[in-house]
Every structure is written in structure tokens, then in C-alpha cells.
Design a protein around this ligand. Structure first.
Ligand SMILES: C[S@@+](CC[C@H](N)C(=O)[O-])C[C@H]1O[C@@H](n2cnc3c(N)ncnc32)[C@H](O)[C@@H]1O
Length: 337
């Protein structure tokens, strides 16, 4: 395919307009269209009333997304859920509802400034919102809740694949650093009756994690610790897990976090990062776009195996293995040097 080939141009135009589709999906999620259609089809007028929208423009949105499999329009002009419609249902814990809101709002605004980030190497998020992303989510609690819920949605399959790919039987006490709402730690503890866990997180996230542990019947096996991993990390674990934490940070910050893990480690312990490992250049790699997302949102980056090995070295660990999982993330195992 050459650059003068009309098929090549068409392909590029499809890539360029990809955000039209993404924003349309976001708006449908925001209006909770799928929630309103959960109990069956509705005429456009009734749906518009429930979604607080203009009937004719909502119909245009619905028709665009019906062609993508989210909704279906019948001959009487009633809309129902299509095969993908349930993925935007806010009441469905397995949906991508929070992910659609998160990506359609702050992420979309920040990506609008990608040019600036590429020019000066600084996260675009800070140019748009005038603060660092985690501070923003702490202050804007509604957006913060959406972010943590979206992390749960996005990492569910990654966590499941990680737990299936790694044997935790030899450990006694797993510390999940920056463990979010506790999804991964719960999944790890579910594999082994004898395991205890500690979830270490920012104070604002702890109540959500405690609610999940309670719901999963894990109260007696888990403790939660609120804190800042730039200051310290709780001691006492023989396995330290950081899942999609290190990619949020520059090399300098990542080494600070990992050195605090190293200080917390007494004797033998295992460090496990759950992260994307970048492929060799010139291959299609979603990780390379996730790398740009880290640039835009946090100033962090995705890394190659060699780059992880260097971080480990600098922080007092040795990279021992990289274990592929059924998801796009890998387990990067290390031990104290
Ligand atoms: C990308 S999320 C990953 C969450 C979770 N580990 C997962 O796999 O879904 C990064 C997490 O780091 C936490 N975090 C950010 N800054 C932190 C800090 N200074 N100390 C402790 N946790 C922090 C955030 O609250 C967030 O839950």
C-alpha cells in the first residue's frame, strides 16, 4: 500500500475520525442510555425524556451507535440494547461504563494538548487542570470515584490473567502497593486460604477497598494502610505487588517508590510488577499508545524489559523473570540484590 493509494488514505481518515466514535460512546454512557433501556425497548421521545435530551438529536446519536452494535432501532422507531449496549450500563459491574466516562472527560481534554506534551515533555493534564492527576482526583471526588471504578473495569481481566499465571502458594503475606480498590489483592487471596494481605493506598481510596474486602469475606485476612509510597511502604510482606503503578511515574520517581519497597523488605522477598512490557519497534503495539497516555496524563511511561531491569538495579533489586500472561500485561519478578 503506497501513500498515493486511496485505500491508504481511507485507512488514515478512519484513524483520524476514531475520536468521533469514542465521544459518541462517552455521551451515551454519560446520558445513561443503556440504564434506561435495561428493562426493554423505548420510543425515542420517551428515551429522550428520561435522558434529559432533545429527541431528534438523541435519535441521531442512537442511530450512529446502532450501527456500531450498541443499540437497535425497530420499525416502530423504538430503541433497545444491541450486543454491546450492556457494556455502558452503570449498574453492571462488568461493564466499561466508568471507563467511558473517564476517557471521555479528563483524558479527552488532556489528549487535546498532546502536541504540547510532545513539544515540552510535560504532562498535558497539568496544562489543562493546573494540578497533578492524583491530586486532582483526590480533590474532585466524583471524578476520583469514576477513575478508581474505571481502573477496576480495565484491570479485571489483567488481574485474572496475572493470578492464573503466577503461583502465590509459597508466600505468607502479600503487600499490594497502590492497590486501588483491592481487586487484585482479593483475587490473589482467593487463590490460597493461608495468605494474608495488606493494601497500601492513598487515604481517600481506603474505604472503597475496605468495602470490597468486606463484601468478599476477607476482613480477617486483610489489613489496610493509608500512606504515601514516596514516603514509605509497610514492612512485613514476603511478596510486594505493584500493579500498573510504576508506569504512572518518571524513572526518577519510580526508583524512589521501588527504593521504599526495598527498605520495607526484610530478608528474602519477591517483588512483582504487573505492567505492559513494550514490544520491539515497528510492530503494532497498544503499549506504545498507552505510553503516550502516560505522557499526557501523568508524565510516566511504559517500558521495555531492559528499562525495567535498569529500574530494578537502581532500586536494589534484580530482575529474575518476566512472565507473560493471557492479558497484554506481564509479571516482572525481582528479588533483593
Ligand atoms: C493506575 S492506578 C492502579 C491501581 C491498581 N493497582 C490496579 O491495578 O488497578 C495507581 C494507583 O496508585 C495510587 N497512588 C497514587 N499515588 C500514590 C501515593 N503517593 N501513595 C500511594 N498510592 C498512590 C492511586 O490511588 C491508584 O490507585
Amino acid at each position: 500500500m503506497s501513500s498515493s493509494d486511496p485505500a491508504a488514505t481511507l485507512r488514515v481518515v478512519q484513524m483520524l475520525t476514531a475520536y468521533w466514535r469514542a465521544q459518541a460512546i462517552y455521551v451515551a454512557a454519560k446520558l445513561r442510555v443503556s440504564d434506561h433501556l435495561r428493562d426493554g425497548p423505548l420510543p425515542a421521545d420517551e428515551l429522550a425524556l428520561r435522558c434529559d435530551s432533545d429527541p431528534s438529536t438523541l435519535t441521531r446519536l442512537m442511530r450512529a451507535l446502532a450501527g456500531e452494535g450498541f443499540f437497535h432501532e425497530d420499525l416502530e422507531g423504538r430503541f433497545s440494547l444491541g450486543p454491546l449496549g450492556g457494556c455502558l450500563d452503570s449498574g453492571n459491574p462488568a461493564s466499561a461504563y466508568a471507563t467511558a466516562i473517564m476517557l471521555g472527560e479528563e483524558h479527552f481534554a488532556a489528549w487535546g494538548q498532546l502536541l504540547e506534551s510532545v513539544r515540552d515533555g510535560q504532562p498535558a493534564f497539568q496544562k489543562v487542570y493546573h494540578q497533578e492527576v492524583f491530586a486532582y482526583y483526590r480533590e474532585h471526588t466524583e471524578s476520583g470515584d469514576v477513575f478508581h471504578r474505571a481502573m477496576g473495569e480495565l484491570s479485571r481481566s489483567t488481574h485474572r490473567a496475572a493470578v492464573a499465571a503466577y503461583d502465590f502458594a509459597g508466600f505468607q503475606h502479600v503487600v499490594d502497593v497502590g492497590g486501588g480498590r483491592g481487586e487484585l489483592l482479593s483475587a490473589i487471596l482467593a487463590t490460597q486460604e493461608h495468605l494474608r494481605g495488606t493494601l497500601y493506598e492513598q487515604a481517600a481510596v481506603i474505604p472503597q477497598a475496605e468495602a470490597l474486602f468486606h463484601q468478599r469475606g476477607l476482613d480477617s485476612r486483610v489489613s489496610t494502610v493509608a500512606g504515601d509510597f514516596f514516603q514509605s511502604v509497610p514492612p512485613g510482606g514476603d511478596c510486594y505487588v505493584l500493579s500498573t503503578v510504576i508506569h504512572d511515574w518518571t524513572d526518577e520517581d519510580s526508583i524512589r517508590i521501588l527504593r521504599n519497597v526495598r527498605k520495607a523488605v526484610r530478608g528474602k522477598a519477591t517483588l512483582l510488577l504487573l505492567e505492559r512490557v513494550l514490544k520491539e519497534p515497528n510492530q503494532p503495539d497498544f503499549g506504545r499508545f498507552s505510553d503516550l497516555n502516560m505522557l499526557v496524563m501523568t508524565g510516566g511511561r511504559e517500558r521495555t524489559q531492559d528499562q525495567f531491569a535498569t529500574l530494578y538495579q537502581e532500586a536494589g533489586f534484580q530482575l529474575t523473570r518476566v512472565i507473560r500472561t493471557a492479558s497484554t500485561s506481564c509479571i516482572i519478578e525481582g528479588r533483593p540484590r
